[in-house]
Ligand binder design. Structure first.
Ligand code: GDP
Ligand code: GDP
Length: 433
């Protein structure tokens, strides 16, 4: 299930204000972890229990005047192709500009659901002005004030009706997505894996148009590979390489079980990579880190360790993630990438029996119980794994509200030490018993 909401519109209409409002709480959490200060233009939002990815296209427009309008037009075209729903934002205080008209024309030609979001309708008096935007010819208008949040509820209620609720496809093969910044070597690795024998590759028709799902079935390995790189070369994306690649990445990320995040050994893990990492983590996807172009690094006996430590520091606190050092150029460890993804897939799908879980975890807890709070002792009685796509554990106890973050971390580490969850975000809940 992949639901992506793109906010498009010309500058200053209030896109990033709405984006911030929609992603507020989540964003704070992520930024707390990573210490990344760079602006984030995409993130996870939630409405009545439905989560979706929202992308603020404004963050991807170049500043220079001459490419500016071209860039915006191009973005709208990409958004029409890639997003589930488009929020076309306009500004009640300025009325309809030429660029608004142009965007509307593009959107009318596209086949995606479009919501006209008339922003800055801060008071009743402005509501009659807003009716002007019916003339854009895109149907209903939604008056909101991003600043106060008024009107956003009605908009979101309608918007989620357009979401795709179907399970992605009946195909149950593991899905691996190769993601990463432009130029890290994504196309190269896919070519190296499948290139010589294109005939073993069956592009799956009927999925989202253009989305590249490759059925890999060789040497006893069978899975679907989601390619985020191949397409870029075919479309006429000029001004928006980064936007396009982020869009593809988010989409692949929602569809896949396992994210193979490729980075360039020379450039190291950058803030954009960290953002993708956290998005994968938040989406409870399995993760494999691939450090490519390893051939370009001068190495000694400590190099791998130094790289690993630098990466761990940046992705903390979730550091139980496998790292594979590859050179696509020299065909080094490419199969290892596949095998690692398979291992992570297995880790993510595994179910631990309640008896085994309790046999191992209860003695650990007994040795190191949760600290007492206000003179009260927390007693954990039993543990069970909850059914779901990704590992979740419920710890039943008398006073769940007394368990604090450090103890939760301790429990998570012990689970990781005793059962292999490498590459897999796990969730732990303390419940009343
Ligand atoms: P973007 O360029 O489309 O991302 O626009 P911004 O979100 O940066 O907003 C542009 C300006 O409009 C900022 O000064 C915001 O404070 C202001 N703004 C955004 N939403 C509202 C709103 O609902 N009402 C009013 N009055 N101003 C708003
Ligand atoms: P993408 O944009 O992520 O798909 O990256 P490409 O696969 O197009 O690769 C970008 C450039 O990096 C190309 O010139 C590749 O030949 C080069 N490249 C890819 N893998 C390696 C590698 O392992 N070592 C070196 N030295 N270059 C590589």
């Amino acid at each position: 299930m992949s639901n992506i909401v793109a906010i498009v519109g010309r500058p200053n209409v209030g896109k990033s204000t709405l984006y911030n409002r929609l992603t507020e709480t989540r964003k704070a959490i992520v930024d707390d972890f990573s210490g990344v200060t760079r602006d984030r233009h995409y993130g996870i939002a939630e409405w009545v229990g439905r989560s979706f990815t929202v992308i603020d296209t404004g963050g991807y427009v170049a500043n220079s005047e001459d490419v500016f309008e071209t860039a915006i037009r191009e973005q709208v075209v990409i958004a029409i192709e890639e997003a589930t729903v488009i929020l076309f934002m306009v500004d009640v205080t300025t009325g309809i500009t030429d660029l608004d008209d142009e965007i509307a024309t593009l959107l009318r030609k596209g086949k995606k659901p479009v919501f006209i979001v008339v922003n800055k309708v801060d008071n009743h008096a402005l509501q009659s002005d807003a009716t002007l935007f019916y003339s854009l010819g895109l149907g209903e208008i939604y008056n909101i004030s991003s600043m106060t949040g008024s009107g956003t509820g009605e908009l979101l209620d309608e918007m989620i009706k357009c979401f795709d609720d179907e399970p992605a496809e009946e195909n149950t093969l593991p899905k691996y997505a190769i993601v990463g910044r432009p130029n890290v070597g994504k196309s190269s690795i896919i070519n190296a894996l499948i290139g010589q024998e294109r005939n073993i590759v069956t592009p799956i028709a009927g999925t989202t148009r253009d989305s590249i799902h490759i059925h890999y079935n060789r040497y006893g390995h069978e899975f679907m590979l989601i390619d985020t790189a191949g397409l870029r070369k075919k479309t006429k994306v000029k001004e928006n390489i980064e936007f396009y690649s982020v869009m593809r990445t988010i989409k692949a990320l929602e569809e896949a079980d396992i994210i193979i995040l490729m980075i360039d050994a020379v450039e190291g893990l950058e803030s954009q990579d960290i953002n993708i990492f956290h998005l994968a983590e938040k989406n409870k996807k399995g993760i494999v880190l691939v450090v490519n172009k390893w051939d370009l690094i001068e190495k000694n006996s400590k190099t791998v360790k130094v790289f690993e430590e630098q990466i761990m520091e940046k992705i903390a606190p979730f550091t139980d993630v496998p790292i594979v050092f590859t050179s696509v150029l020299e065909k080094q460890r490419l199969l290892k990438v596949i095998e690692t993804a398979e291992q992570v897939y297995e880790n993510r799908s595994k179910k631990i029996s309640t008896s085994r879980l309790n046999d191992i975890m209860l003695p650990i807890i007994e040795n190191y119980p949760p600290p007492a709070l206000k003179g009260k002792h927390v007693k954990i009685k039993y543990i069970t794994q909850i059914n779901g796509n990704a590992p979740m554990f419920a710890f039943f106890c008398n006073l769940p509200q007394y368990i604090k973050e450090p103890y939760k971390r301790f429990i998570e580490n012990k689970l990781r030490e005793n059962f292999n969850f490498s590459g897999v975000p796990i969730q732990i809940f303390f419940r009343q018993k």
